[in-house]
Structures are given as structure tokens and as C-alpha cells.
Design a protein around this ligand. Structure first.
Ligand code: ASP
Length: 407
């Protein structure tokens, strides 16, 4: 049986078992979760997290060095950032549109008395300034993705310019890369078990009774996510990448399912890069630059949740949003998406920043926190798909322009 099929079965089984676990006594569930689901899920998660930092570092170094020309790096960098900004803005517009149309905050009775202590979001300027690490080894050991990317870019540029002189080190990185690609393949063999355990545990823990009053909100978020993935991304693949979106998503499915089960863009990165390079034919040098950057700064799915949540909270508290507020939401949610780390639930923390900016009560987060774990699974799949779509489109454009030049 193919890996995709196995993962699909694991996914469905995980959902069914997770829902079923909501009906067993709590103490029985805790034992099952503590001694079976949680350990299996955590081992899988640790296995992939173990290779994230080395893979990002090594692949960006060889990707940049392989591009050869710093001017080309600048061009690809510009295209990548533009693609990310435009798709995030479209995602936010879809989220806002669905929020206004569905009016999820008017659809039930909500307890607005709940309180919520917002953690403070890291100031966006600090994030930008600190992209250059003071101590690269600290960045590597803390897993600070933006800093790791910056450091790797510098090493890659140096290798490209020094050429023959540093050929030995370049080869070393190439060989290290082989090792990690082998490890991704190996670890992915355990994905069906890991995904099953993570999903069953997440759904078992989420308490389905919370879903009732939040049904319209969840539906709105999921609908906006589906529209963005099927319309925006398919359009990009079809028109800019000149390929079949169905084929793209079919090949990319295992990565989406890892995103779904881990709720972490960072953890999904090794798998999504491997599929992009080996199955979708994305150029290595482009995938290894575009996807790690995207897993760190491009979060369309998170933006959609934040847009719908903001509209939802404004409706529950009956505080209408004007044009200025809507523009502010687009601006701050885009910045929030850059500052959101690719790990579970951070999108919710960053939502506090958006709410504050438009003058909505941050306590509103208390209303959606109960269902956020489930939505995090779906939006993370969308987040990492957006990065792969960008890598695919840019790689295809590059292949076409190279073919043109050689004619
Ligand atoms: N879990 C998301 C990710 O890793 C971030 C978030 O929305 O919380 O992509």
C-alpha cells in the first residue's frame, strides 16, 4: 500500500477514534492518552523536529550556493516575498468576506464575561532587526528559524563566490543533505502511526461539547480555508505554474497530513521540501530557499483564522468595523503572520495583536480558544501548502526562463 493511502487511512481512523474517545469516561481516556496516544505522537513529532534545524540550515546553504549568482538570489527573493504578501492579502480578504457574509458572531449566545490573559506578542520591529543573529550557534540551538535562514544565506553566498576554493565544504554540505533526505524518508514510514496518535489525542482532548455554539465560527474558518486552497492556490498552480492543481495536491497530500496532525509548519518542513523536490520537480535551490522562509513568515491559513476571528469577536461584542479597521486588520494580520512561529497555537497569541490594533476586546479570544486546536490542524495544512505552491510557481518560471535563454 502506498504511503499516501496509509496516511489517509490513519487520518480517518484518528478522527473516528478521537471522536469516539469523547464518549469514554475521562479517567479511561486519560490512561489511553497518557500511555498510548501521547507517547506515540510525541515520538513521531520528536523524530521530525530532530531534523528540522539541520535540514533548514544545510539546504539553504546549498540552495544559495547552488544558485551561484547573488543577483539571481535577489530576484528569487523578491518574487518569493511578493508572492507571499499577495497571497496573504487575498487570504485575509477571503476570511473577512466569509466572516461578514456568515455573521458567525450573531448566530448564538456567547458568554462574554469570560476573561483571557493575553500573552504579549513579540514586537514586530524586534523580529525584523533580530533577523541577523548575534550568535549563530545560539540561533541554531534555539531553533530560531529567521536567524538560521539569515546565517545560512551568508554562508551560501560566500560558498558561491569563493567557488573552487571552498569546494570541499560545499561537497560536505551536499553529502550531509543526502543523509537528511534519507532520514526524512525513513521517518515518514512512521507517519501513519504518528499522525493517527496525534489526531486521536487532539480530538479526544478537545471536548466536542464546546463545538455546539461555535459551529458557525468553525464553519466560516474552514470554508474560507477551503476557498483559499482550492481557488487561490489552484489558480496560481494552473495559471502561473501551468500545471494541474489536482495532481499537485495529490502528490502533496502526505505533507498536508503531517501539517494537519502536528499543527506545526516547522515540523512539516522536512517532508514538504522533500515532496516538492522529489515528487513535484521543484528545483532544489528554489525549494530550499522558498519553503523554509515560507514556513517561518508565510501563514495564509493563520491569517484567515485571524480575519474570521476578528469579525466574529466584533459581532459578538457588537462593535462594528469600519473601512479603517478593515485596512488595519489586513496590515496587522500580515505583520502578525510574519511574526508567527510555525508551531501549534501561536496564531492565537498573535491574534491579540490584531484585536488590540483595531480596538476590540482581547478577552474575545477566550470564546474561540476551545475550538482553536482543531482549526490549527487545518490552517497549518493550508500554511505549508501556500509555501509549496510558491516554490512550485517560482521554480517553473525559472525553468521556463532558462529554457528561453538557452534557445
Ligand atoms: N500552527 C500554525 C503553524 O505552524 C501557526 C498557527 O496558526 O498557530 O503553521
Amino acid at each position: 500500500m502506498s504511503l499516501t493511502k496509509k496516511i489517509l487511512i490513519a487520518l480517518i481512523l484518528g478522527i473516528v477514534v478521537g471522536v469516539g474517545l469523547n464518549f469514554v469516561p475521562t479517567d479511561v481516556f486519560s490512561v489511553i492518552d497518557k500511555y498510548a496516544l501521547d507517547p506515540v505522537g510525541q515520538i513521531f513529532l520528536n523524530l521530525i523536529m530532530m531534523i528540522v534545524v539541520p535540514i533548514v540550515f544545510i539546504s539553504i546553504v546549498i540552495g544559495t550556493a547552488g544558485m551561484g549568482d547573488p543577483a539571481k538570489l535577489g530576484k528569487i527573493g523578491f518574487q518569493t516575498i511578493s508572492f507571499y504578501l499577495v497571497t496573504t492579502a487575498i487570504a485575509l480578504l477571503i476570511g473577512l468576506g466569509v466572516g461578514f457574509l456568515f455573521q458567525p458572531g450573531k448566530a448564538g449566545v456567547f458568554n462574554v464575561e469570560e476573561s483571557f490573559e493575553a500573552e504579549s506578542a513579540p514586537p514586530i520591529m524586534d523580529t525584523l532587526i533580530n533577523i541577523i543573529p548575534e550568535n549563530p550557534f545560539e540561533a541554531l540551538s534555539n531553533g530560531d528559524m529567521l536567524q538560521i535562514i539569515a546565517f545560512a544565506l551568508f554562508i551560501g553566498i560566500a560558498l558561491a563566490i569563493l567557488g573552487e576554493k571552498t569546494k570541499g565544504i560545499y561537497n560536505l554540505f551536499e553529502q550531509a543533505n543526502e543523509i537528511f533526505i534519507y532520514l526524512v524518508n525513513l521517518i515518514m514510514k512512521t507517519a501513519p502511526y504518528g499522525a493517527f496518535a496525534l489526531i486521536a489525542s487532539a480530538i479526544g482532548n478537545s471536548g466536542l461539547d464546546a463545538l455546539g455554539s461555535m459551529f458557525m465560527y468553525m464553519l466560516a474558518v474552514i470554508l474560507a480555508l477551503v476557498i483559499h486552497a482550492t481557488v487561490t492556490y489552484s489558480f496560481a498552480i494552473k495559471v502561473l505554474g501551468k500545471a494541474s492543481p489536482v495532481k499537485f495536491f495529490k502528490e502533496f497530500f502526505p505533507a498536508m497530513s503531517v501539517g494537519f496532525s502536528t499543527s506545526s509548519s516547522s515540523a512539516t518542513l522536512p517532508v514538504s521540501m522533500q515532496i516538492a523536490q522529489e515528487k513535484l520537480g521543484v528545483k532544489k535551490s528554489i525549494s530550499s530557499f522558498v519553503q523554509p522562509l515560507g514556513a517561518t513568515i508565510n501563514m495564509d491559513g493563520t491569517g484567515i483564522m485571524q480575519a474570521v476571528a476578528t469579525v466574529f469577536i466584533s459581532q459578538v461584542y457588537d462593535i462594528p468595523l469600519g473601512v479603517t479597521e478593515i485596512l488595519l486588520i489586513i496590515l496587522t494580520a500580515t505583520l502578525a503572520s510574519i511574526g508567527t512561529a510555525g508551531v501549534p497555537s501561536v496564531g492565537l497569541i498573535m491574534l491579540a495583536m490584531v484585536l488590540k490594533q483595531v480596538g476590540l476586546p482581547v478577552e474575545g479570544i477566550a470564546l474561540i480558544i476551545g475550538v482553536d486546536r482543531l482549526l490549527d490542524m487545518i490552517r497549518t495544512s493550508v500554511n505549508i501548502s501556500g509555501d509549496a505552491v510558491c516554490a512550485y510557481v517560482i521554480s517553473e518560471a525559472d525553468i521556463r526562463s532558462e529554457a528561453k535563454q538557452s534557445k
